[in-house]
Design a protein around this ligand. Structure first.
Ligand code: TAP
Length: 490
């Protein structure tokens, strides 16, 4: 690999320029247009409408995707209800065989899926290759293992599947969110109608192709693409027995209202504003990596991102100096380049939302820091950003930005750290950095957050439940808890 030193800027003295190492795309075939996946086949939409899905790093249209209307959704739910009759009666071992097959095919097609995810969503290829796709396959693998052991999963109870599950997912981890939803539902004997996000439908459509390749019985998985109105039609369909939604708190509330009184089972995985708390005895270099991973992973498009950094006052100065220096080494740019750390913002609308909130931070009096970095001319980009001098009342400290923007606050005592960390309507995740195990346990007991990472951040595992408190939603995905959301117990 060619390595050349940068010119002698202050940054250049610390940073080496790598030659570009773009992942090849010639093995990937993206069709000009896609239909809906209903009843095991790709079918033209009743609506006759299509919408463009765009590569956010280049602003080029990748494909035209079908937009499902209420008739299309009705066909998908009917197909899922028909399939439920036989799928729910299939032995657990036979269901497991299909789910294992899906997992193996995802592994076999991992390179294609990773490139597709990166082109459609803007995330760095090293993340889709090393995190999204392997974790998605691992979820199918894990839940396949439970399919013939449901009676052991729920001892002395008789677990029964619910029926058709309506599943609506966001754009930040398209394939992984699909796996979180579809794998436990199928393992428990349910059938599904899934709606991917408008800006990232392509990996779900590739998964539909994998379902065909796996000979999954028709109708067990149905994928309907479209915008918010398609999602509302899926969730509101009377043939649905279970609704699983991941997305914004605002839409989650609408869905809770829409499903109230319908008897539908509901789980909501919503937004977050996580505190990442660093005590003065923390291993500083390790904490810096955790802070960077916590907020700049996937451009900060992460529901559990550590977007509020709480630092003990005695170490603020050395920590900020190290953090700023580390930011200078992050490579922002072409998501297909294997060197890239921070890719493209998912859409123009999201970029505008980030810019609006960052401007509010400046207007309210916070101090902004952004490293020098060259941004491509086309596409949607935002520099990794740190705000200091932040008051808890500022919008940047209260609202979910869903971008690469960190707000730094300080505390003096552990009690103050807990008070400030819990001072949010959200409660999805938190992080704590300290040398003392007893302090970790003390803090975890007091945090109102579904997941608390200790001396690490943004770690996921199919066996581990994930979900929120307060306005971050309810219900858990992952592990046995995730399976429980798809069965009725008596
Ligand atoms: P939303 O705007 O809420 O969209 C999520 C999904 O719901 C999309 O597929 C969207 O379709 C669809 N949708 C929009 N309006 C709907 C309606 N009225 N009824 C049914 N479905 C509807 O969120 P987003 O902007 O895609 O994702 C970002 C949010 O998701 C953030 O707040 C983030 O924190 C949260 N999130 C949470 C988690 C967990 S695990 N808690 C994980 C990832 C993301 P369109 O795409 O076409 O609008």
């Amino acid at each position: 690999m060619a390595i050349a030193k940068r010119p002698s800027t202050e940054m250049g003295q610390r940073l080496f320029e790598y030659a570009a190492a773009p992942e090849a795309t010639d093995h990937l075939k993206i069709a000009d247009s896609y239909a809906l996946f209903v009843g095991g086949r790709f079918v033209e939409p009743h609506s006759r409408r299509r919408f463009a899905t765009v590569n956010p790093a280049t602003e080029e249209t990748l494909s035209e995707v079908a937009e499902a209307d209420e008739t299309d959704v009705d066909r998908a739910v009917t197909a899922a209800a028909d399939a439920f009759r036989s799928w729910s009666r299939l032995s657990g071992a036979k269901r497991a065989r299909y789910i294992f097959r899906l997992s193996r095919l995802m592994q076999e097609r991992a390179r294609e899926l990773a490139v597709l995810e990166t082109m459609d969503g803007g995330k760095p290829i090293k993340e889709s290759r090393d995190v999204d796709v392997p974790l998605a396959a691992a979820h199918f693998f894990y839940y396949a293992g439970w399919a013939d052991k449901l009676e052991w999963a729920f001892p002395n109870r008789r677990p029964r599947p619910l029926g058709v599950a309506a599943q609506v997912i966001p754009w930040n981890f398209p394939l992984l969110m699909l796996a979180w939803k579809i794998a436990p539902a199928l393992a428990a004997g349910n059938t599904v109608v899934l709606k991917p996000a408008e800006t990232t439908p392509l990996s779900a459509l590739a998964f539909a192709d994998i379902c065909q390749q796996a000979d999954l019985p028709p109708g067990v998985v149905n994928i309907v693409t479209g915008a918010g109105s398609t999602g509302a039609a899926v969730v509101g369909h009377p043939g649905v027995r279970k609704v699983a939604f991941t997305g914004s708190t605002e839409v989650g509330k609408q869905i809770q209202r829409a499903t109230a009184g319908s008897g539908k089972h509901l789980t909501l995985e919503l937004g977050g504003k996580a505190a990442n708390i660093v005590f003065e005895d923390a291993p500083l270099d390790q904490a810096i990596e955790g802070i960077v991973n916590g907020i700049y992973f996937n451009q900060g498009h992460v529901c559990c991102a550590g977007s509020r950094l709480l630092v003990q006052e005695s170490i603020v100065e050395p920590l900020l100096a190290k953090l700023k220096s580390r930011l200078g080494t992050l490579r922002v740019g072409d998501p297909l380049d294997k060197n890239t750390d921070v890719g493209a913002i998912n859409s123009r609308a999201q970029l505008e939302k980030i810019e609006g909130l960052v401007n509010s931070g400046i207007e309210e009096g916070a101090e902004i820091y952004q490293p020098e970095c060259h941004l491509p001319e086309r596409g949607y980009w935002f520099r990794p950003t740190i705000f200091t001098n932040v008051a808890q009342s500022y919008r940047i400290a209260r609202e979910e930005i869903f971008g690469p923007v960190l707000s730094v606050l300080t505390f003096r005592t552990p009690d103050e750290a807990v008070e400030k960390a819990n001072n949010t309507p959200y409660g999805l995740s938190a992080g704590v950095w300290t040398d003392k195990g007893s302090r970790i346990l003390w803090l975890v007991e007091r945090m109102r957050a579904g997941v608390v990472w200790a001396n690490t951040f943004n770690r996921f595992d199919p066996t581990s439940p994930f979900g929120g408190y307060k306005e971050s939603g309810f219900g858990r995905e992952g592990g046995l808890h995730g399976l429980a959301a798809y069965v009725e117990l008596n």
